[in-house]
Design a protein around this ligand. Structure first.
Ligand code: EPU
Length: 339
């Protein structure tokens, strides 16, 4: 077996909350073969297997009594290029932001709005990552996954993945699929998405009138760095809650009661509310208890100031959820996977 398995390994460096828990066993998969070896090894030992990408969408509340398998497969390739449309494939273990930069350096348009998102390429489809008006599904061209139930490879098209806001088939069938490679439909000429929030304003502040994809990426990196804590400095998992979708009636009632409510009407008649605004309005922004806190610049982000445990962070999240139900009659759904 080429897979190297270690026992009782700290996961602190492998989860962006930097929570100190250990894995009963730990290994890294560089290729498909090692993924298969890990599955066989875990089932031989009667151990569950937990897959890990960058660990940036995860809250660990206890030691993991499993084989934790970190995907570190590397490789990016152009599968097709007709001069305008370009199909790019990346192995699951590639870190996301360097992958985005790889595409931008080659003049490819499509991933610029998703700059600086932590995590890996293989984890991106799980929750259909999104930012600044673009979601993964908008540039998604397919993926290859291993079915843990049958051991077979399967190709997924866009519609197979059932992508929705921070959701996918893979999130709904946890533990079934190992995403091995993801393909992206990029372009040399596609229009840029500049209409979300502060993007256009940031570009004009930077003196850019006719932006390129690289300019947009730079602007988004600047906006993100200002508002969102760098997990290398302050443990966090990005947005801890999803923005809730509510009925038009509730949104109207809340809008009357709370002037300034941030609300985005959806095509289906429902309204998406900015959870960060609600949490700030409820007074939680900057709150800290022990080492668990709510980021002082973005109320949707929970942070670990050092020694917070997963359970302390979860308890804080639950207090916020209860308070939001009481004040606004709506439920906030936790975004990261809680284990
Ligand atoms: N807001 C507040 N107070 C706060 C935070 C936000 O009033 O503390 C208001 C802002 O002023 C703005 C609105 O809420 O009017 C939306 O805020 P922002 O643009 O920061 O985005 P978000 O809705 O809080 C979502 C994603 C982020 C993504 C940004 C930009 C979710 C759960 N989060 O956040 O994704 O980067 O939009 O597109 O949809 C992530 O998923 O981890 C993540 C960071």
């Amino acid at each position: 077996m080429s897979l190297s398995v270690q026992e009782r390994v700290s996961l602190k460096a492998h989860n962006s909350f930097a929570v100190e828990v250990s894995a009963r066993e730990f290994a890294e998969a560089h290729n498909d073969e090692q993924v298969r070896e890990a599955l066989a090894y875990a089932s031989g030992k009667g151990l569950p297997l937990l897959l890990l990408g960058g660990g940036s969408n995860l809250l660990l509340t206890a030691d993991v009594e499993a084989l934790v398998l970190r995907m570190v497969s590397r490789g990016i390739r152009v599968l097709h290029d007709d001069g305008e449309q370009v199909l790019v494939e990346s192995e699951a273990g590639e870190p996301w932001h360097p992958f985005v930069q790889w595409t931008l350096q080659r003049g490819l348009v499509g991933l610029e709005n998703l700059s600086l998102i932590p995590g890996t390429v293989g984890a991106a489809p799980m929750q259909n990552i999104g930012a600044y008006g673009v979601e993964l599904k908008d540039v998604f061209a397919g993926l290859t996954a291993l079915d843990r139930q049958t051991g077979e490879l399967r190709e997924f098209t866009l519609s197979d993945c059932a992508f929705a806001y921070r959701d996918s088939l893979f999130k709904r069938e946890p533990g079934r699929w190992v995403i091995l490679r993801v393909r992206f439909a990029l372009s040399r000429t596609a229009p840029l998405h500049l209409d979300y929030g502060p993007v256009r304003q940031r570009l004009s502040e930077q003196g850019v009138d006719v932006p390129t994809a690289v300019d947009v990426s730079r602007a988004i990196c600047a906006v993100r760095s200002e508002k969102l804590p760098d997990p290398a400095v302050l443990g966090n998992a990005g947005s801890f809650f999803k923005n809730p979708l509510v009925s038009a009636e509730l949104a109207q009632r809340l809008g009357r009661e709370y002037p300034g409510l941030v609300a985005y009407p959806q095509a289906d008649g429902r309204v998406k509310l900015a959870a960060g605004w609600l949490i700030e309005r409820a007074g939680w922004k900057g709150f800290r208890e022990g080492d668990a806190g709510v980021h002082r610049l973005q109320a949707l982000v929970l942070v670990n100031y050092g020694q917070a445990t997963g359970l302390q962070l979860l308890a804080l999240a639950q207090r916020i959820q209860a308070d939001i139900v009481q004040r606004f009659s709506l439920e906030l759904e936790i975004e990261p996977n809680v284990l």
